[in-house]
Ligand binder design. Sequence first.
Ligand SMILES: [Cu+2]
Length: 85
Amino acid sequence: MTASTENSTAGTGQAAVTVVYEVKGMSCGHCEGAVSGELAEVPGVTSVKADSATGRVTVESKAPLDEAAVRAAVDEAGYELVGAV
Ligand SMILES: [Cu+2]
């Protein structure tokens, strides 16, 4: 009798999700830092890149994020989420 104990972890949907959001009101590096700091605290977020020149914030996460959570974080930073681009 051969007991096979293969434990495959491949192909279980571990791919990261990247979403670009438009945020209103960012005008300098300080703004970028404030938005990035709040978004980085949203559960599941692994990377945040804010660009005040374009008003866009690129958010990487382990799973799709609830837009309400993203909106709340941006609001907490003092800016307004326009939506996903
Ligand atoms: Cu600023």
